[in-house]
Structure formats: structure tokens, C-alpha cells
Design a protein around this ligand. Structure first.
Ligand code: MLC
Ligand code: AMP
Length: 506
């Protein structure tokens, strides 16, 4: 093999007229059509001067063309950097600049806003829309439908996915071809995917879950995907009888359960429901089984590691646990202070090692060293234990992180924006239970002495700076923040104080 990622996921389908993507309007994109488009894109990327190892950043809506950019990068040996479509220009500027991306693809509608971003970073900007439109798509249409695949090695970089950090600065997790391939191979086996599977795909394709877990698995098994632009209960319910499997974040499951049309009959054709990216409440697990007869299979992963653990396909899928370490993945629970391994049953930090674990953070050797040990164990920042049956339970986080609807929100990033606002002395951002998103973001603000900050103006500033899902759903003003004797803000007290804030929301 000359290019393991391309050959294993894409090249294997050369010339096949089998369905790959089934779109909401009922049209189908075959494997061969998809590869032809990807080859045109690879030709265009190369013509724009990108060399193997260069980065291509993309903030584009979910569509077959968007997925073809991933395939094209693999074929041209270019590192793919997908970006959340909700990010604002101020957020994008950092990723494009930090990654040194040579080409930045954005939606035609955001071209004007992104032009200064690309100019400042010295990056070429092209557009790609969801309907085959945009300057990149148009230029690529004139290119051949085949492309000489660039030689690559399993250890070469395939993708950068940025994850935020507790310091507020995002880090580019460098993932190799083999990181992605090894995980997909394992998951296919563990979850019994075959070419008969039809996956209901409603996740975004700019994160690990929708891009690598779902898509790589289906590409590797030659199955097909009902490829939906976003999660919409009506559309999900419409397509469910045609699917065999679904992967989703817990919000998908709670929203489906809220819909009376979601029944045992509707799911009769399904063989597997997978949940991950955020904790699934044991109650949701129970209600789901009661309603449909299916037991959700919960697994645990991260951007830096792909998937680490999974409940079993055949054995007991235990609610409130994330199952066993996947084959090839070593997992241990360690003492955060000493790094020593703890006995079974004790709570500590979760560390993992395996072919799935990333190569480090782009141009951040110090950060990499803090989290990725020399012996290959990655300190996940999650706290957990291994129970008496060997199941891993996640009990909390050793990092200041909120997970809202499956998206990670790092409080520091929001606090920095809040602290910059006129009349604000300091702030603390917390996550509290939310019936729809699992956790909802709250911003607690302390005004400067004698000041009364304008909350509408602050909301507007947050709207300018941050993607919608990061913006606090509630802002509150307080006289002071609770602190311990060391002066550290006690977020646990704030979380208790505001625990009921979203109790009636939905
Ligand atoms: C949307 N909103 C959110 C939000 N998503 N707010 C907080 N958290 C979220 N996740 C905002 C919207 O902008 C809107 O604001 C309001 O909340 C309601 O929007 P909605 O229409 O109900 O949201 P919707 O578009 O339906 O999106 C909800 C969702 C989506 C859950 C379907 O967020 C989603 O697809 N999440 C999946 C995330 C994911 O793929 N994570 C995997 C990461 S990989 P307003 O004010 O306009 O009303 C990873 C590793 C691993 O973690 O283990 O997998
Ligand atoms: P991300 O950085 O977006 O990849 O998010 C990874 C984080 O999501 C992990 O470190 C966990 O905190 C969380 N996570 C993923 N899957 C689960 C799960 N099944 N249960 C609880 N938390 C999860």
C-alpha cells in the first residue's frame, strides 16, 4: 500500500457503483461518484500549491462535497483540519494562523467575513458551498476525475483537530493515518459493522464522533450512510426504518424519547444505537430500553485518542459505565498527585495508551509533555474507576470543562471575554444540569465597585466573539465569587447554587 488511509478507506471503492451516501431528498451518491469528486478536489488542492504535509482548514457545511474534501486531503497527503461551522471569524483566525494552513475553505456566505482572516494569516481562501457551489468547487469541476494518490506512511499526519484548553488556548491534536485506521478496524469488529449496515448519520462532520468514528467505520466496511445535514427529529423519524444503526450524543437520545412517534415499531429495523461524547444518564438508558427494546451501547472517546472504551456488543451494556478498554487500548487509573496506578475500585485520573493515541499538540511541546507521558500513556483529564466487573466508570473531570450537547466548552475562554467587558471585575463560568444539553453554560459576573455592567451589551460581545454553543444561556451578577483559603474560586459552590437554573428549561 502506498497511502494506507486513502487506500483503506477510499481507494478500495474504486469503480464501485454501490451506494455510499443517501441524502435527505432521496438522492444517492455512489462510492465511484464520491471518489471522482474527491479526485477533482485533490487535483485542485495540488494546483493551489499544497504539498504533502501542508494543512487545509475547512469551515464548510455538512454535504457530500464537504466529506470529499477529507478524502481529497487523504489522497493528496494533505493534513485535514475541519472546523466547527459555528465558529466566529475571531475564533477561526486563531486556528488558521496557528496551524499555518495554506488553504482555507469557507462557505460562500462567509467569504466577506473570512477574507480579512485569511489575509492576516497569509492563507489562500476559497469557497465551497453545500450545493456544489463556490470558487473551489467550480474550479475543481474542470479537473480530471482521477488523481495519482500521493505516497504516505501510517505514521504521517492525517488530520489536526483543535481542542480547547483549560488555559483558554486551543491545541491542535495531531492525528496520524494509523491513529485513525487502527481505531476504525477495532470498532468495526467490536460493533459488528458490515457492508449491510446503513448508518443514520446526523452528527456534524468536524469532530471525531461524526467524522472519524462514524464515517471511517462505514467507509472501511463499505456500508452506506443516510447523510443528514443536522439532527432534526422529524427527519430522523422519517429515515429510521431504513437504517440499521445510529451514532449520537445523549441529546439525540433524550430528544428522540421526547417524541411520541419514536416507538418500538419505528426502531424494529435497527440493530445498534451508540452513544458517546458526553455522559448518558442511566435514566435515559433505562427509558430507551423500555420504549424501544434496544439497549444503547455507550462508549468513551476523545479528540486526542479516538475511542478508548466501549460497552460490549453481546454482553451486558451497563448503564452509567463506558464499558471495557477496547482491544489494543491499555487503560489505567492513576493518582493525580503521583501518577501511580491505583487499585481496582479507586477513583483517579484515567490514562490510556494504544495505537489510537495522537502524536502530540501542534507546536506545543510543553503542553504535549504535560499530558502525554514518555511511556505513551495519555492523561485524559477524566476521573474514573474500574468496577468489580472491569467496566470503566467516568465519575468526573480533572479539567475545567463543560460538555453541552456533546460540544466541549472551556470556561476560561468565556471568562476571558467576560472579564474584558466594561464594568466587569471578574467572572466564573460553570456548567449545571440542563435537560436538553446535559450541561448548560452559566456566566457568573462580579461588577467593578460601583459599576452595573450592561448585560445586553455583554451578550452582544459574546455573540461577536464566540460560537453560539459556548455562549452562556444565563448571565448573573453577584457581589463576589466564593473562594477557598488559597484564593481559588470554588466553582463547586457556584454549581450547587445554580444547579436548578435550567430545571424547567427544555
Ligand atoms: C446548539 N445550541 C447549543 C448547542 N447546539 N447550545 C448549547 N450546546 C449545544 N450543543 C444552541 C443553538 O445555537 C440555539 O440557540 C439553541 O442552542 C437551540 O438550538 P437547537 O436548534 O435546539 O440545536 P441543534 O441545532 O438541534 O443542535 C443541538 C445538537 C447539536 C445536540 C443536535 O449541538 C449537535 O449536533 N451536537 C453534537 C456535537 C458532537 O458531534 N460532538 C462530538 C464531539 S467529538 P438559539 O439561541 O439560536 O436558540 C467527542 C469525542 C467523542 O466528543 O467521544 O465522541
Ligand atoms: P472532545 O475533546 O470533544 O473529544 O471530548 C472528549 C471528552 O468527552 C472526554 O474527555 C470526556 O470528558 C467526554 N466523553 C466522551 N465520551 C463520554 C462518555 N461516554 N461519558 C462521559 N464523558 C464522555
Amino acid at each position: 500500500m502506498t497511502n494506507p488511509l486513502y487506500d483503506t478507506l477510499f481507494g478500495r471503492h474504486a469503480g464501485k457503483d454501490t451506494p455510499f451516501l443517501i441524502l435527505n431528498d432521496g438522492t444517492t451518491v455512489t462510492h465511484a461518484q464520491f471518489l471522482a469528486r474527491a479526485a477533482q478536489f485533490a487535483g485542485e488542492i495540488t494546483a493551489l500549491g499544497l504539498q504533502p504535509g501542508d494543512r487545509l482548514a475547512a469551515q464548510i457545511g455538512k454535504s457530500p462535497d464537504a466529506l470529499a474534501v477529507y478524502a481529497a486531503c487523504a489522497q493528496a497527503g494533505v493534513v485535514f483540519l475541519p472546523l466547527n461551522t459555528g465558529y466566529k471569524p475571531a475564533e477561526i483566525a486563531y486556528f488558521v494562523e496557528n496551524s499555518g494552513a495554506k488553504l482555507f475553505l469557507c462557505d460562500p456566505a462567509s467569504e466577506a467575513a473570512m477574507t480579512p482572516v485569511a489575509e492576516a494569516a497569509g492563507t489562500t481562501l476559497r469557497t465551497l458551498g453545500s450545493e456544489g457551489d463556490g470558487s473551489f468547487a467550480e474550479a475543481a469541476s474542470a479537473r480530471p476525475e482521477s488523481f495519482q494518490t500521493v505516497d504516505r506512511d501510517g505514521d504521517d499526519l492525517a488530520a489536526f483537530l483543535y481542542t480547547s484548553g483549560t488555559t483558554g488556548r486551543s491545541k491542535g491534536a495531531m492525528l496520524t493515518q494509523e491513529n485513525l485506521l487502527s481505531n476504525a478496524r477495532t470498532l468495526i469488529d467490536y460493533w459488528r459493522f458490515t457492508d449491510k449496515d446503513v448508518l443514520l448519520h446526523a452528527l456534524p462532520i468536524f469532530h471525531t464522533h461524526g467524522l472519524f468514528v462514524a464515517t471511517n467505520v462505514m467507509l472501511m466496511t463499505s456500508g452506506s450512510m443516510i447523510f443528514l445535514p443536522k439532527f432534526d427529529p422529524d427527519v430522523m423519524i422519517n429515515w429510521m426504518p431504513k437504517a440499521t444503526s445510529m451514532m449520537g450524543v445523549p441529546t439525540f437520545y433524550t430528544r428522540l424519547l421526547d417524541d411520541a412517534r419514536f416507538t418500538r415499531d419505528l426502531t424494529a429495523h435497527m440493530r445498534l444505537f451508540v452513544s458517546g461524547s458526553a455522559p448518558l444518564l442511566a435514566e435515559t438508558h433505562r427509558q430507551f430500553e423500555e420504549r424501544t427494546g434496544h439497549r444503547i451501547l455507550e462508549r468513551y472517546g476523545m479528540t486526542e485518542t479516538n475511542m478508548n472504551t466501549s460497552n460490549p456488543y453481546d454482553g451486558d451494556r451497563r448503564a452509567g459505565t463506558v464499558g471495557f478498554p477496547l482491544p489494543g487500548v491499555e487503560l489505567k487509573i492513576t493518582d493525580p498527585a503521583t501518577g501511580d496506578e491505583l487499585p481496582q475500585g479507586e477513583i483517579g485520573q484515567i490514562e490510556v495508551r494504544g495505537p489510537n493515541v495522537f502524536k502530540g499538540y501542534w507546536q506545543m511541546p510543553e503542553k504535549t509533555k504535560e499530558e502525554l507521558r514518555e511511556d505513551g500513556f495519555f492523561i485524559t483529564g477524566d476521573l474514573g474507576l474500574i468496577d468489580d466487573k472491569g467496566y470503566v466508570q467516568i465519575v468526573g473531570r480533572n479539567k475545567d470543562l463543560i460538555i453541552s450537547g456533546g460540544y466541549n466548552v472551556y470556561p476560561k475562554e468565556i471568562e476571558q471575554v467576560l472579564d474584558d467587558q466594561p464594568g466587569v471585575l471578574e467572572s466564573a463560568v460553570i456548567g449545571v444540569p440542563h435537560p436538553d444539553f446535559g450541561e448548560g453554560v452559566i456566566g457568573v459576573i462580579v461588577p467593578e465597585k460601583g459599576e452595573s455592567p450592561d448585560l445586553d451589551q455583554i451578550r452582544a460581545a459574546l455573540g461577536e466573539a464566540l460560537a453560539k454553543y459556548k455562549q452562556p444561556k444565563t448571565l448573573v451578577l453577584v457581589d463576589e465569587l466564593p473562594r477557598n483559603t488559597m484564593g481559588k474560586v470554588q466553582k463547586n459552590i457556584l454549581r450547587d447554587d445554580y444547579a436548578q437554573s435550567f430545571a424547567k428549561a427544555g
